[in-house]
Design a binder for this molecule. Structure first.
Ligand code: MSP
Length: 641
């Protein structure tokens, strides 16, 4: 038995919880639940970040004291987690005395150790993000991360000597490949650390902000909200408290975060831990964004998806399944009602719901509802046993890699194999032939045992639905006590178990009105579509892409970024600058003069401080990368159709 300590970010208490928050918390919950079903001891922590300017301002505008405001706001997160069946072991609020006390103790001890000093500070301050930047950090005079306005500020402040830990941090990241995942995020941080690291301003004068934890060595200041917030990960498991809980849980197995808060978790936090003399978490996992209409969700864009609305309408479990299955960890995903309904209908109604229903109904019809006693070495059982073993190995591997999406893929291979097994074996034919009774019994046992295993395997993702499956299978032991590793050896289903047919566990859902009118009608019959077809786009959508032939006029490396080239390309009537991740495959000089294909109507993006006004097209495989180009020269700007 191992231990698994997983955290979510502590969410800003002021924010209205949305799909993005729900995603991180559901993924953490699923990982926590899988570890529990593998028999590990698990500590799953979530909570809220309650200090800082925005909370102070919001409270003021409601003429409330900030603590009362937080007490009122935190309920929304707590009740959302309850509705989404989140099984956290602790919920920490940064205004709780158990936390503020520890933050003060830490500040004092690292101050005493000489890790904090006072200095006059001149710099740029982003009011919105409550962050300081130096002149050279700014991009176009704005906050380099959020792109928001910054104001110039000069004041005395306290600084944490972060810079002195830079070399150690780079070395740690380089020698611990699991520390930052996925690899793209790790490279991002290593790239960031190629520039000299500054010290971190960790104080705010009370004249500007009062709502924070007072510095124990200077009562005119409060602690910078990120410095306070990150410490939650050690206060909750009992840092500096009596007993051995802390040494049992720390270091954390996984800090699950969105990619927006990578630097704080992969640079500030490790150096803070170093100053405290504590070991670093095993993994910081930065997942991608949920986009809505290709944009980040935000209140001002009015495109915030309220998770509860979907969960209330289609059920918590379908919603949880969708979140886990749809986003490949690390990449961004677009949220659309259509993909939600299709996923639900294909994977849950057609694949899983269907095979469960067929199994239960056929057991009722051909075997009076009872799981038969069989010889486990019957040849008909080879296929389901082999499939289940393959799936269990896949689930183990993906759990180890913190890849819940991969776990579901492995589980759905078993679901699809069971549907295939029904077709190959044809129990309805076997039932007609009394001489094939043992084949019929073996087949039905194989199916029932597969369903039993599936209920255990999907329980961490869909606890409610798995219980319904369990009931229909007639199981009379506690599902929550079943351990995945005890599914082996295969064949644990007791003969004589009496099935209890009922309503379909996953009834199909209809496309709701709010889904765009272009939506494809759903196939009525079991479609068994391969993945790629599920994501078909319409011709209209394809036409939106403006692809053109362009010539490369100039190519240079981007300083501090090993993978990037800055290209100047000609589209005939205009020139554009592109940033392309091809430096590992092409020498800049060899590219000049070549024709390529460019997507020209892509929103400009700033990559490493360089603006990219489009994207070149390239094909890639494990063998390398190849740029697309017309097979004979054409005028620059020619359209690709
Ligand atoms: N309070 C800080 C975290 C401090 S942790 C010591 C904070 N809070 S937040 O409320 O803004 O939450 C950010 C997190 O919410 C992201 O890191 C991510 O986990 C989740 N998401 C918010 N919007 C998201 C999407 N659109 N998509 C996916 N997840 C996102 O930052």
């Amino acid at each position: 038995m191992g231990k698994f300590y997983i955290t979510t970010p502590i969410y800003y208490v002021n924010d209205e919880p949305h799909l993005g928050h729900a995603y991180t918390t559901v993924i953490a919950d699923v990982l926590a639940r899988y570890h529990r079903t593998f028999g590990d001891s698990v500590f799953f922590l979530t909570g809220t970040d309650e200090h800082g300017q925005k909370v102070e301002q919001a409270a003021k505008s409601k003429q409330m004291n900030p603590q009362e405001h937080c007490d009122e706001m935190v309920v929304r997160f707590k009740s959302l987690w309850e509705s989404l069946n989140i099984s956290h072991d602790d919920f920490i609020r940064t205004t709780e005395p158990r936390h503020t006390k520890i933050v003060k103790q830490i500040l004092q001890s690292i101050y005493d150790a000489g890790e904090i000093y006072a200095d006059d500070y001149e710099g740029w301050y982003s009011v919105h993000d409550e962050r300081f930047w130096t002149e050279k950090d700014l991009i176009g005079g704005k906050d380099p991360v959020s792109g928001r306005e910054v104001i110039q500020i000069s004041e005395r402040n306290y600084f944490f000597k972060m810079s002195q830990h830079q070399e150690w941090l780079v070395n740690h990241i380089e020698t611990h490949p699991k520390f930052i995942q996925p690899t793209s995020r790790r490279n991002e941080i290593l790239g960031f650390l190629k520039q000299p690291l500054g010290d971190l301003c960790i104080s705010r004068p009370k004249s500007r902000l009062e709502w924070g934890i007072e510095l124990p060595f200077d009562s005119d200041y409060v602690c910078y909200v990120w410095f306070d917030a990150l410490i939650n990960y050690i206060t909750a498991p009992g840092y500096l408290k009596e007993g051995d809980a802390f040494t049992h849980w720390w270091p954390a197995s996984c800090h699950l975060i969105g990619k927006d808060i990578l630097t704080t978790h992969c640079v500030y936090w490790p150096t803070m831990l170093k100053a405290m003399g504590l070991p670093l978490p095993e993994t910081v996992l930065g997942h991608g964004w949920w986009l809505v209409d290709e944009q980040k969700m935000s209140k001002s864009l009015g495109n915030v998806i309220r998770p509860l609305e979907l969960a209330e309408k289609y059920g918590v479990d379908g919603f949880r399944y969708f979140l886990v299955r749809e986003m490949v960890l690390g990449l961004d995903s677009s949220f659309g009602g259509k993909s939600f309904v299709q996923r639900y209908n294909y994977d849950l109604a057609n694949d899983l719901g269907n095979v469960l229903n067929r199994t239960v109904v056929m057991t009722q019809r051909y075997l009076e509802g009872k799981a038969p006693a069989v010889d486990l070495s019957h040849p008909s059982l080879e296929f389901p046993r082999h499939q289940a073993e393959k799936t269990l190995a896949g689930v183990r591997k993906h759990l180890e890699e913190l890849n819940p999406n991969g776990m579901l893929e492995a589980i759905w291979e078993l679901v699809r194999s069971a549907n295939k097994y029904v077709e190959i074996q044809g129990p309805w034919n076997l039932a007609k032939d009394p001489l094939r009774r043992s084949d019929l019994e073996a087949t039905m046992y194989g199916l029932l045992e597969t369903m039993r295993q599936l209920a255990v395997l999907v329980f961490p993702v869909m606890p409610g639905k798995a219980m319904e499956m369990w009931r229909q299978l007639g199981m009379n032991v506690e599902l929550s006590e079943q351990k995945i590793d005890r599914l082996e050896p295969w064949g644990g289903l007791a003969a004589g178990t009496q099935v209890a047919p009922g309503d379909p566990v996953f009834p199909r859902i209809e496309m709701p009105e709010w889904v765009d009118q272009d939506a494809q009608p759903l196939p009525k019959e079991d479609p068994k579509m391969p993945n790629e077809q599920e994501n078909l786009i319409s011709f209209k959508e394809f036409q939106k892409l403006k692809l053109k032939v362009a010539s490369i006029v100039q190519a240079d490396r981007v300083e501090g970024a090993d993978r990037l080239l800055k290209l100047k390309v000609s589209l005939g009537s205009e020139e554009r600058q592109l940033v392309a991740g091809v430096a590992e495959h092409y020498d800049p000089d060899a590219l000049v003069g070549r024709q390529i294909v460019v997507l020209t109507n892509l929103e400009p993006a700033t990559i490493r401080g360089v603006e990219s006004q489009g994207m070149l097209l390239a094909a890639s495989s494990s063998d390398g990368l190849a740029l697309l180009q017309p097979d004979h020269g054409l005028p620059d700007g020619s359209e690709v159709r």
